[in-house]
Design a protein around this ligand. Structure first.
Ligand code: RB5
Length: 151
């Protein structure tokens, strides 16, 4: 499995730890930066990692910033990306089962490294349920494509 990683300076350490973690688990990590704690702009790194997932170059993405919020906003603007900020194990599981999320967003100042690793394990090993959830995910794609959804 190929994992795209991205982070800004606010989560450089978490990204480095998760990169090592996924490699230890036998997966390939593709690191889109940043590469130091020097201040950078999170949309650029979120966009790079999210685009790799959207284009099929990577299977999933792990994108981090101080809160997880900014990178999730950026990632979700990339067509084909379903990015979810996760702060506990249940969210990491449910966003795979119901939303077919392909990017997990984590905040270095929000979750511990230990919890982040647990969420990554769950996120990468949980299958999408499909069924009625497929219809809903298809509606998300419709929004991307400019369809004006009716309630
Ligand atoms: C950077 O200071 C911080 O704004 C960023 O890491 C992120 O949390 C934004 O949402």
């Amino acid at each position: 499995m190929k994992i795209a990683l991205g982070a800004d300076h606010g989560a450089f350490e978490l990204k480095e730890a998760l990169k090592q973690y996924v490699e230890e688990k036998g997966m390939e990590a593709v690191d889109f930066g940043c590469f130091s704690k020097e201040s950078v702009d999170y949309p650029k790194y979120a966009y790079a990692a999210a685009s790799a997932v959207a284009e099929g170059a990577c299977d999933f993405g792990i994108i981090c910033c101080t809160t997880g919020l900014g990178v999730s906003m950026a990632a979700n603007k990339v067509k084909g990306v379903r990015a979810a900020v996760c702060t506990n194990e249940m969210l990491a599981e449910m966003t795979r089962r119901h939303n077919n999320a392909n990017v997990i967003c984590l905040g270095q100042n929000v979750v511990s490294e230990e919890l982040a690793k647990k969420m990554v394990d769950i996120f990468l090993s949980t299958e999408f349920e499909g069924g009625r959830h497929q219809r809903r995910v298809d509606l998300l794609t419709d929004i991307e494509n400019g369809v004006r959804l009716q309630p």
